[in-house]
Design a protein around this ligand. Structure first.
Ligand code: CP
Length: 314
């Protein structure tokens, strides 16, 4: 297997299947010791800055836990607490953070392309923690990592249904890139306004289905997405109740899945909307496992990008 040479992780789209496998291999190491609270020295004497300009619970905390376990000092900055609120540009904010000896910046931003822009400006690793509706690469990596644990390491031919607000979802886009590179068969499902046919044109091999029974019948995993109200400027369905009535995962619809199919969700969950609580908390749900696996995957990404920078300097 070749080595990882990228300074940044700005998206899944530019990655090869081999690069995905490198991340999974390293994540498997961290996963094997996930619950032992071990400390490592991959990022010793380094400073990692979490620059989160949109809200987050899972991603921000998982990056923080991962960076600390790897030996880094971690500083977390939110939008309201930064000088961005005083009119400073993103570039200036990032350059100032770099001048304060940051060795890695993890950024979440509402604008698509924000992470790639900073990656071009800075000489340190920039990790995309979600940029608008564009990409959320570490979410897709932890999702695929979790699928590999449950469905087998080789996802070729596995049938994955992503159900919900596809249109506004960076998680959906990163997962489509990731899963198709790994050879999985991806079905997108939801109301035609939120799962439009144009996705099948944009992503060859991906199927768009608006009939829920069809979308669930063959799936090895179903990934539920919440409605991304924060990115919707017009109404895409009559009411939340009607959305739930047609597309929410309830006990009856769960029975349409094959035995052994798993239920996933990137979080945050809107209980009673896209999924009933008894299913989110039930035996087929791997939702909290996804969250835990985020530490293994993000540890791998932090280590690989920092090592690539060190190797390039040597
Ligand atoms: N899945 C996800 O990105 O969750 P957070 O918004 O809590 O980070």
């Amino acid at each position: 297997m070749s080595t990882w040479t990228r300074k940044d992780l700005t998206g899944i789209e530019p990655l090869s299947r081999e690069e995905l496998e490198i991340i999974f291999e390293r994540a498997e190491f961290y996963h094997s010791e996930l619950h032992e609270h071990k400390r490592y020295d991959a990022l010793a004497n380094r400073t990692v800055v979490n620059l989160f300009l949109e809200n987050s619970t899972r991603t921000r905390t998982a990056f923080e836990v991962s960076a600390r376990r790897l030996g880094a000092d971690v500083i977390s900055i939110s939008g309201s607490a930064s000088s961005l609120s005083k009119g400073e540009t993103l570039r200036d904010t990032a350059m100032n953070i770099r001048a304060l000896n940051a060795d890695t910046i993890i950024i979440r931003h509402s604008a698509a392309g924000a992470a790639a822009y900073l990656a071009g400006v800075l000489d340190i690793p920039v990790i995309n923690a979600g940029d608008g509706a564009h990409e959320h690469p570490t979410q897709a990596l932890l999702d695929a990592f979790t699928m590999r644990l449950h469905l087998g390491r080789d996802l070729r031919g596995k049938k994955i249904t992503i159900l919900g607000d596809i249109l506004f979802s960076r998680v959906a886009r990163s997962n489509i890139h990731c899963l198709t590179k790994l050879g999985a068969e991806v079905t997108l499902a939801g109301p035609s306004t939120l799962a439009p046919h144009k996705f099948a044109e944009a992503f060859p091999g991906v199927r768009v289905v608006h009939d829920l029974r069809t979308a669930l019948a063959e799936a090895d995993a179903v990934m539920l997405l919440r409605i991304q109200h924060e990115r919707q400027t017009t109404t895409h369905f009559p009411s939340l109740g009607e959305y739930t009535g047609r597309f929410g995962l309830n006990r009856e619809r769960l029975s349409w899945l094959k035995p052994g199919a798993i239920v996933m969700h990137p979080g945050p969950i809107n209980r009673g909307v896209e999924v009933e609580s008894e299913i989110a908390d039930g035996p087929r749900s791997v939702i909290l496992e996804q969250v835990s696996n985020g530490i293994a995957v993000r540890s791998a990404v932090l280590e690989l990008c920092n090592k690539a920078v060190q190797a390039a300097k040597a």
